[in-house]
Design a protein around this ligand. Structure first.
Ligand code: GAR
Length: 217
């Protein structure tokens, strides 16, 4: 099967981009990272792309008079590169409904919480303030609302009593790097279907685990 040409949109560090590139380097991967777009010229992720020989473009949002102009430039670039799927990976611009609709069910996002809880910014600080015992990450299809849309993959991590925002972010990031490649593979291989705004995955099994936190007292 021909690999699905995938673009990754970033704004910064690009560790999820790196995880996606590594997974797609496998000979049997269903997706190929064919383009990286950053809205910031100083995004570290651009260097990961160049190092891997992947075309990388900067499209600075500030260079456009309107949001539509910025999004049109992204859309045009995606089409020029024959892109079939788009992954948002730490892309810190909200995309307009028209763009989201144009890429409906071909546009994925990762968020560092168990959605629909803790949408938006400062996720880990709010998780700690809320005192929840578990958090995690979510890969989902993008819809017009921020951090909303049919869920493809989630992973859970415990919140520990001595966690800081940094320690929690690091624990969640580790599972992000497993979830995003898995979600992309599921979508690119054609196993994901969105039915009534829920994702159905052919042949997928839920894990047979039950985890308590605290584990013991
Ligand atoms: C990741 O933790 C990702 O989940 C988060 O930004 C970070 C990007 O890291 N995204 C959001 O908060 C989106 N709402 P990376 O640049 O190293 O992949």
């Amino acid at each position: 099967m021909e690999r699905r040409r995938t673009a990754v949109l970033i704004s910064g560090r690009g560790s999820n981009l790196q995880a996606l590139m590594e997974a797609c380097a496998a000979p049997d991967a269903s997706a190929e990272i064919a383009l990286v777009i950053s809205n910031r010229a100083d995004a570290a992720g651009l260097r990961h792309a160049s190092a891997a020989g992947i075309p990388a473009e900067t499209i600075p949002h500030g260079a456009f008079a309107t949001q539509v102009g910025f999004e049109n430039a992204i859309d045009r670039t995606l089409h020029e590169h024959g892109i079939a799927l788009v992954c948002l990976a730490g892309f810190m611009r909200v995309l307009s409904p028209w763009f989201v609709e144009r890429w409906r069910d071909r546009l994925l996002n990762i968020h560092p919480s168990l959605l629909p809880a803790f949408r938006g910014m400062d996720t880990h600080r709010r998780v700690l303030e809320a005192g929840v015992r578990f958090t995690g990450c979510t890969v989902h299809m993008v819809r017009a609302e921020v951090d909303d849309g049919p869920i493809i993959v989630q992973a859970v991590v415990p919140v520990r009593p001595d966690d800081s925002e940094e320690s929690l972010a690091a624990r969640v990031l580790e599972v992000e790097h497993r979830c995003y490649p898995l979600a992309l593979e599921l979508v690119a291989s054609g196993r994901v279907q969105v039915v009534d705004e829920r994702v159905a995955i052919a042949g997928a099994l839920a894990p047979d685990v039950l985890v308590l936190n605290p584990a013991s007292i």
